[in-house]
Ligand binder design. Sequence first.
Ligand code: GLN
Length: 409
Amino acid sequence: MLPTSRALAPFGTTIFATMTRLAQQHGAVNLSQGFPDFDGPEFVKDAAISAIKREHNQYAPMPGIPSLRAALASRFSRTTALPCDPDTQVIVTAGCTEAIAACMLGLLNPGDEVILFEPFYDSYRACVAMAGATARFVALTPPATSPGVADANAAGQVHGAPFTFDPRALEQAITPKTRAILINTPHNPTGKVFTRDELSSIASLCIRHDLVAICDEVYERLLFDNHQHISLATLPGMSERTITLSSIGKTFSFTGWKIGWAIGPAPLIASARAAHQFLTFAVATPLQHACVEALAREDEAVAPLRALLDRNRAALCPALASLGFEVFEPEGTYFVMADHTRVSSRLGVRGDRALCMALIERHGVAAIPPTAFYHTESLGTPLVRFALCKRAETIDEAIRRLTSGTVAE
Ligand code: GLN
């Protein structure tokens, strides 16, 4: 038997598969893997069924069906005020996850370095490794809290300040081998929305060191309060060095469709296409047709989803704080992160994995232990991630279970 390749062996099974399996085994309310427990809009489902019936069932063109590329190019131009040629600047991929892989495999050579912010979405690091490149990490750190382990029964707080990074640490992570930086905004798992100032400091380093920026913007429409999503591609000097990635999954609550895209300058997209053609060649034809119709009515689909996420945030954040979690209120995304130090000390467990096992086994609620998203594991050990992208009843049931068990004692 051949063992798993050296590139992939260190990563084991993804935390999402592991936690969802454990949630099912224990009959837990699943606030771990970020997928809605409801379907997206009926009109999008009808469009997919109709595309299948209309016999759109053979291979799509490798870069995506022309009507979807046209819709994506005009959406990109509308939101960024940048020109976009649907023939040379767009690829439709199997979700944003494939777009990330295509960028890494199409642009990097062994020995190249890529900057990742930690915590990171877990596939980033694996894709860097598959490309034979090396990741360098820059920490996003939460606002200072005082979890006060001494007073294990005290309540926590909901902290409004976002996770931040030290621009000097970012500059220090760049070496002559650095080729690219990956930015995820709005950010999974912290719920952070990068500000214009932060993006400007990233942009000036990209320009000074001639880096390509790969921007995962799948939560671009899922924002709270008055937070604004800014694409790094729109900053001066960045459009020619930025690939912007997004997908249908999060915006339309169809995470299982796996339709994503990459948009950027023609030479960079040509490199990503070089990988895409051999990764998947093309992605589900009828779903691409349905996506054209979905994008035509995007605002209509997004409004109720935002309202639900906002309602769930307003319910879950204070409930977690009342249990002793220090909660970092998200500015966008599907998720909320919290410091569990006080709660785990009360439960007599140590670390994020032990806390998540205790929450599943004793309280019937599944969450994600975020060390899976860290290179510097000690930064993730005090934290836990809960998903908000669930029906209101699901969130309320999780709150009921957490507040009626020993977590609340
Ligand atoms: N993006 C989802 C999350 O962060 C999970 C995707 C997956 O399961 N691979 O929970």
